[in-house]
Design a protein around this ligand. Structure first.
Ligand SMILES: *Cc1c(COP(=O)(O)O)cnc(C)c1O
Length: 425
């Protein structure tokens, strides 16, 4: 029971986002079993590659073990196209600066580091919660030699990835689009996953559709699709024996998992509609509270993967986060993400803080982050930015991801809304 309410914990946990199966998935898995294609080749993979490309409105899809693997191969493709083939066939971005989304999952940009690149983070746009195109322009002004941008759509609510692509083109840079969270979302009617020179989607267990795992690389270049497929298959050359001219990876998708994904694609639109209902119920339920839902950018249609909200500054009580712990001081009429997450957890539901910005992460604290007026800071991870606006740190401080499972009932959601409302008392 949460203070101030008489709400009892849910018997089974309401998740942030959990897999939702429908029945077709097991049919395709069974087909893989019955035909003995229990391997990393087979009909399910071919079908997933076709569907993924069609859905994202690109020419080719390459089915892989996960989206992180897809992003890694995106980095290799981009690196080799920009800087040529590295002598020892890895380190395609060795010593090169790469502009990266700041407020995202670290899998967006870890692959840049796998290839020896140096991420420079681009601050977040307040209106969209995505990479700030103005800050990106500023970064190109400061580093005109940069030739690669890695940008993600946050929580399935895209910003103007089309504008980011235009800025890249203007500066002769390539774009890697991490559409892991944004499958099925659109910008001016165009599918997310179609804006990058190379793009990636994810079928991780908590994404809008899932195979339990899996990812897909998306591109319009047949040559690049074939190259990444070869790298993903241990870089085997076309010979009777195992012939190798470069370093390879074991990144291929399993035909069993592909069966699950194949079945899930049939329900993508349905999942989006359910997630949209969840978002709208929150928006309605929070009316009158000093909060705002995560923004919908004009001209975009989100896939509503995760509902999130931000507390107005004047309704925030004091909250201080260390590296791995947090404390807050309750004040009447005020709250903070920590209290709200506790309230949600107290009734057996799952919320989460906003992605902690990369420039605040210990492993990236020596990296630069660029905002609209230039470098925000270097060599510090404090969130108070000495008068210079640090949008990512601010959204992290005041934002919360809400339980967004598409199997959550209206009744359960009403209770979640009620315990959140009680935090403002
Ligand atoms: C989930 C996610 C990934 C990683 O996807 P996997 O398939 O688990 O490797 C990458 N980027 C973002 C933004 C994600 O949310």
């Amino acid at each position: 029971m949460f203070k101030g309410t008489d709400i009892k914990p849910f018997e089974s946990k309401v998740w942030l986002a959990s897999p939702t199966m429908h029945g077709e998935e097991i049919k395709y898995v069974q087909e893989a079993y019955d035909t003995n294609w229990m391997s990393t080749v087979g009909k399910n993979i071919n079908e997933v590659e076709k569907i993924a490309a069609e859905k994202a409105e690109v020419k080719y899809g390459v089915g892989l073990s996960c989206c992180t693997a897809a992003l890694h191969l995106c980095c290799k493709l981009a690196g080799e196209r920009l800087y040529g083939k590295p002598a020892i066939s890895h380190g395609a971005l060795e010593g090169k600066r790469v502009f990266c989304s700041d407020m995202t999952f670290d899998a967006t940009l870890n692959p840049v580091v796998y290839e020896g690149g140096i991420p420079i983070f681009i601050d977040t746009e307040r209106e969209s919660w995505n990479m700030d195109p103005v800050a990106l322009e500023k970064a190109f002004e400061m580093y005109p030699d940069v030739k690669l941008v890695v940008s993600a759509e946050l929580y399935g609510f895209p910003g103007r990835m089309d504008e980011i692509k235009k800025i890249c083109e203007k500066h002769g840079a390539l774009l890697i689009e991490d559409a892991a969270e944004a499958m099925g979302a659109t910008i001016d009617g165009r599918q997310c996953g179609s804006f990058g020179d190379y793009s990636a989607v994810s079928y991780n267990g908590n994404k809008i559709i899932t195979g339990s795992a899996g990812g897909c690389l998306l591109t319009n270049s047949l040559e690049d699709a074939n190259r990444s497929r070869k790298w993903a298959t241990q870089a085997r050359e076309n010979a009777a024996w195992y012939q190798h001219e470069e370093v390879g990876y074991n990144y291929r998708m399993s035909n069993v998992i592909a069966g699950v994904i194949r079945g899930q694609y049939l329900h993508l639109e349905e999942h989006i509609a359910q997630k949209k209902t969840v978002y709208e119920r929150y928006a309605e339920g929070f009316k009158g509270l000093p909060v705002k839902m995560n923004p919908i950018t004009e001209g975009t249609e989100p896939n509503y993967w995760l509902s999130a909200m931000i507390i107005y500054e004047d309704a925030m009580c004091k909250q201080v986060r260390g590296e791995c712990d947090v404390a807050y001081i309750k004040e009447e009429g005020k709250t903070c993400p920590t209290e709200i997450l506790e309230a949600i957890a107290s009734i057996n539901a799952e919320g989460r803080p906003i992605w902690k910005p990369m420039h605040m992460q210990p492993m990236y604290r020596m990296h630069e982050v660029v905002g609209r007026e230039g470098t925000l800071r270097c060599r510090t991870n404090a969130y108070i930015a000495g008068g210079v606006e640090d949008v990512g740190a601010d959204i992290f401080q005041r934002g919360v991801c809400l339980p967004s499972d598409n199997k959550m009932t209206a009744e359960q959601q009403d209770k979640i809304i009620e315990v959140i409302r009680a935090c403002f008392e």
